[in-house]
Ligand binder design. Structure first.
Ligand code: NAD
Ligand code: TYD
Length: 339
């Protein structure tokens, strides 16, 4: 079995590669990644010498590079993690989101059609469903919830999802889609809430909470997401969407306070800043379908996962300090200076 994993130098993709090489030692895993600001080759250092692993630097929009790779590797499956993934960046500059997330998905699926594939899996997000109100805790996203996006990021992911389902219906491409809630864990890029707050706490820098910090996200430990995708690509039904989430809803402000406490820092570091434009209030996944059909359940409780994550950032300072010392500083200045 040969699987092309796109975006494998990023947060979830790298965790998925580690998971797959451990869970399926006889599989060949080929990582294709453009190495944007969010991709880090150093993340993949632990598997670079594994004879069952290959890294290829390429853009998923580059059809010639895809042709070459498919001719060389004859992949059985493609799992597409490659994406522009940060809502705030999409608000600043939507174009690259449309290019990578929609056009890149089309290019990948065209290669799958041309060369044949057992399974094309699209890694999507609960953000395609839009948001839920805070005063209706009884409501959850199911796979039947209408697509109703808020940001250029979620709109580009929704566009890709629609294209994936259209390629199934029109061309019979054997596809599946997973829509997961917010992940956290090792190798999470420090522009996102949890790693940003850990890094800023450790550097005694202000902790920028958008609005009043009352927005709710449904947090899942990244390894649980990786196990879900492993199950879907092997046992999930073709043409289906599976929601992935762990019923672990938390307000942003409570997460930030918890990180302060765990690191022994004062909550006075918390700074309320101007809210994100179009900020989604609440995400909450109903994972009944993946549980019923594939027996998936999250294994890591939030209190254990967040402890493991904080420990990881404490013991891997070089990984994230290298990132925040580079061009990230310009980004941070632009995003947070006048907020
Ligand atoms: P990330 O930003 O950490 O990683 C994205 C990776 O894709 C990087 O390695 C980057 O170099 C690569 N990439 C970007 N553009 C590319 C291109 N044109 N060609 C090839 N490679 C390219 O993102 P992540 O948080 O690991 O998310 C991975 C996927 O999971 C995304 O599709 C995202 O929408 C989805 N998702 C993320 C979350 C979350 O909480 N992080 C939740 C649900 C779904
Ligand atoms: P983020 O990690 O960007 O994920 P997403 O927007 O995809 O859910 O943000 C998670 C939540 O944290 C979101 O409600 C926005 C909020 N947030 C802050 O309050 N401050 C920050 O500096 C960041 C990056 C996010």
């Amino acid at each position: 079995m040969t699987i092309i994993v796109t975006g494998g130098a990023g947060f979830i993709g790298s965790n998925f590669i580690f998971h797959m090489l451990g869970a399926h030692p006889d599989y060949r895993i080929v990582c294709l990644d453009k190495l944007t600001y969010a991709g880090n080759l150093s993340t993949l250092a632990p598997v670079m010498d594994n004879p069952n692993f290959r890294f290829v630097k390429a853009d998923i929009c580059d059809r010639e590079a895809l042709d070459r790779l498919f001719e060389e590797e004859h992949p059985d499956m493609v799992v597409n993690f490659a994406a522009e993934s940060h809502v705030d960046r999409s608000i600043e500059d939507p174009g690259i989101f449309l290019q990578t997330n929609i056009m890149g998905t089309a290019a990948l699926m065209d290669a799958c059609r041309k060369y044949g594939i057992q399974r094309y899996h699209q890694v999507s997000t609960d953000e395609v469903y839009g948001d839920l109100p805070l005063d209706r805790p009884d409501l959850f996203f199911t796979e039947e919830t209408p697509i109703h996006t808020s940001s250029p990021y979620s709109s580009s992911k929704a566009g890709a999802d629609l294209l994936v389902l259209a390629y199934h219906r029109t061309y019979g491409l054997p596809v599946s889609i997973s829509r997961c809630s917010n992940n956290y864990g090792p190798y999470h890029f420090p522009e996102k809430l949890i790693p940003l707050m850990i890094a800023n706490c450790l550097n005694d820098k202000p902790l920028p909470v958008y609005g009043e910090g009352l927005n709710v996200r449904d947090w899942l430990y990244v390894e649980d997401h990786c196990r879900a995708i492993d199950l879907i690509i092997h046992k999930g039904r073709v043409g289906e969407v599976y929601n992935v989430g762990g019923h672990n809803e938390m307000r942003n402000i409570d997460i930030v306070k918890l990180i302060c406490k765990a690191l022994g820092k004062s909550e006075s570091l918390i700074t309320y800043v101007t809210d994100r434009k179009g900020h989604d209030m609440r995400y909450a996944i109903d994972p009944a379908k993946i549980h019923r059909e594939l027996g998936w359940l999250p294994e890591t409780k939030f209190e254990d996962g967040i402890k493991k994550t904080i420990d990881w950032y404490l013991t891997h300072r070089e990984w994230w300090e290298t990132i925040i010392s580079g061009e990230y500083q310009d980004y941070y200045e632009k995003m947070y200076a006048n907020r």
